[in-house]
Design a binder for this molecule. Structure first.
Ligand SMILES: Cc1ncc(COP(=O)(O)O)c(C=O)c1O
Length: 397
């Protein structure tokens, strides 16, 4: 079956954060929302059908996760990522951010240090700060739009109070798919220094050809023993509102500690529809994902080509993964607030301002391009008009 990602679907008045909360967040609803990381495409039919089938039985009492749920996850990761997972390694979490917060509590004490690699998905900061741990920045190195890790800086920052590193893999927002070599280097450094790694692999299905996602845990037994991995079907299949994800931990002792955190918060039950949707996604979703990736690549190509030809002062690279473009607007020469105002009031596009992603983020905008092509075209036209106006106002054209 061919899926139609071109169809515009009105998401207003659905209590959508991206659309209905935009007025509050940006101070106006007169813009194209391209911020929150969900997609403007239908959740696929095989998931909606599975949910509808369950609603036909009109009792929504407490439920368990059947064997078929675990088997769907196991089969998906074996097939898609060559990662053999065992059933008892899989724990449920209401969401990946919830899992990050639980991991911080399970594996560190108040006052311990936790490393992040900004610019990075902003809840990485809050789960550390709000749990009274100490945030350590190991800022990525940017070289003409290419990003890499700064292990020399990391080595300088390691001390015995550093207990955990939160890895964004693939990386939101810079779009990197970390290579096995890069991963091995950082994983070995962490092993040598007794630092656990939480690998947030929520975007790992959304990887563009020819890049290949390597689950951190597949890089050897000792690395697997030192890794907690978060995965979800929520980004891939547009299910974020169902608050369901999985945490994969092969190390029995770490798993027990994490499980204790889930159990004490009574967070293990989840919800019926999350379970059903995840199982349907992971058992039936391969073909849909292939088509989605091809459509998203088309959007990424359009964005990059349009920017090169029409938007002086702006650069963007095609992300290796994710439907999030990390757009460099530093050469427009605006201060952070001015850039934000420019995007909202002149371009009338609601992106995430780069400064929210921590050090290295100022001067960037994160644009979510998981939308029909016509929406992206409209946004790019609006951006071109705003940029042309900006350059005609300034003295150097
Ligand atoms: C890297 C990363 N982790 C976690 C999340 C959110 O996950 P959840 O909705 O399951 O908490 C996002 C959403 O954008 C993300 O980009």
């Amino acid at each position: 079956m061919r899926y139609d990602f071109n169809e515009p679907i009105n998401r207003e008045n659905t209590n959508s954060v991206k659309f209905d909360y935009a007025r509050e967040y940006f101070g106006t609803s007169d813009l194209i929302p391209m911020w929150v990381a969900d997609m403007d495409f239908r959740t696929p039919d095989f998931i909606m059908d599975a949910i509808r089938e369950r609603t036909d039985h009109e009792i929504l009492g407490y439920s368990v996760r059947p064997d078929s749920f675990y088997q769907a996850i196991i089969n998906w990761y074996a097939r898609q990522q060559n990662w053999p997972i065992q059933k008892d390694w899989i724990l449920f979490s209401p969401g990946v951010v919830a899992a990050l917060s639980m991991a911080v509590k399970a594996f560190t004490d108040e006052g311990d240090k936790v490393i992040v690699q900004p610019p990075v998905y902003h809840p990485f900061f809050s789960v550390i700060r709000e749990n009274k741990r100490v945030l350590v920045y190991n800022t990525l190195i940017e070289d003409q739009g290419n990003y890499r890790m700064d292990l020399d800086d990391l080595k300088k920052k390691i001390d015995p109070s550093v207990k955990l590193l939160l890895l964004s893999h693939p990386h939101n927002p810079v779009g990197r798919v970390w290579s096995p070599e890069e991963l091995k280097e950082i994983a070995e450094l962490c092993l040598e220094n007794n630092i656990l790694i939480l690998s947030d692999e929520i975007h790992s299905d959304l990887v563009f050809h020819p890049h290949i996602h390597t689950p951190l845990s597949t890089l050897g037994d000792s690395i697997a023993d030192n890794t907690i991995t978060c995965v979800a079907a929520s980004k891939t299949f547009n299910l974020a509102g169902l608050s369901s994800s999985a945490v994969i931990i092969s190390n029995e002792e770490l798993r027990a500690r994490f499980n204790h955190e889930i159990q004490t918060g009574h967070l293990h039950m989840g919800n019926i529809f999350g379970t059903i949707a995840m199982e349907a996604a992971y058992s039936k979703g391969a073909d849909w994902l292939e088509q989605l990736l091809s459509y998203l690549q088309g959007n990424a190509d359009l964005l990059v080509e349009f920017t090169e030809s029409n938007l002086p002062g702006i650069t963007v690279r095609s992300p290796e993964a994710t439907y999030l473009a990390w757009i460099d607007m530093k050469n427009l020469g605006m201060k952070s607030k001015e850039l934000r105002r420019f995007m909202i009031n002149e371009a009338k596009i609601g992106c995430n301002d780069g400064s929210g992603f921590g050090p290295g983020g100022t001067g960037y905008q994160r644009m979510n391009f998981a939308c029909p092509r016509s929406t992206l075209e409209k946004a790019l036209d609006q951006l071109k008009q705003a940029v042309d106006k900006q350059w005609s106002r300034s003295s150097f054209k």
